[in-house]
Design a protein around this ligand. Structure first.
Ligand SMILES: [Zn+2]
Length: 103
């Protein structure tokens, strides 16, 4: 599966879980928040696992353009079309699973 497609699937799952479980929390029981937090942790683990296959930079981690301090970065909800670090075309790159944080 391509990284861009997998990122869109994860974003859609995140949005769907917020809407469905948020609605269930409001209508039925506050205990649905526990399920929502668990889903957020699991999705967060997979989202941070999405990395550039060439250089290993997380695809959701972006640099701030024209920043005063070089190296400033932030987590974006959208994947860039090209890797910021090495320039690999992420629209064609295939997903390979690697642990989100190195040893
Ligand atoms: Zn890269």
């Amino acid at each position: 599966m391509k990284i861009l497609s997998l990122g869109r699937v994860l974003n859609t799952l995140w949005l769907a879980s917020v809407l469905i479980l948020g609605g269930l929390t409001i209508i039925f029981s506050k205990l649905f928040v526990i399920i929502l937090v668990l889903i957020f942790l699991i999705l967060g683990f997979f989202i941070t696992s999405l990395k550039c296959p060439k250089c290993g930079r997380p695809v959701y981690l972006k640099g701030i353009r024209n920043s005063q301090k070089p190296g400033d970065q932030y987590w974006s909800p959208f994947i860039a079309k090209k890797c910021i670090q090495c320039g690999t075309d992420l629209t064609k790159a295939q997903f390979e699973w690697k642990p989100p944080y190195p040893k």
